[in-house]
Design a protein. Structure first.
Length: 99
């Protein structure tokens, strides 16, 4: 049996989300956004001891995975959880962990 035949779309989704969540800075951002409606990238640079360019890369990873969404409000970018995918992540991980 080929590996592609046994890997489900659900497993691919869990792996994609887990990879995006696989850094403490990204977990901090997700936790912060889960407790408030939105946050501006400038506010994050004030509380995180990392370069703006590094933060941008972390935000890009989260956005590419569909965990967050960004909206430009010049000169800042407002980030929020992607609520639909956040619910999906919770369901996928709960289902996986409770099997």
């Amino acid at each position: 049996m080929e590996p592609a035949e046994v890997i489900t779309e659900e497993q691919k989704s869990i792996a994609r989300f887990a990879k995006a969540m696989g850094h403490p800075i990204r977990m901090y951002v997700l936790e912060l956004l889960s407790k408030q409606i939105c946050c501006y990238s400038g506010d994050l640079t004030e509380v995180l001891p990392i370069a703006k360019s590094t933060l941008s890369q972390h935000l890009k990873e989260l956005k590419d995975a569909g965990l967050i969404q960004g909206e430009i409000e010049a000169p800042k970018i407002k980030y929020c959880l992607n609520q639909e995918n956040w619910k999906l992540v919770q369901d996928l991980f709960n289902g996986f962990l409770n099997t």
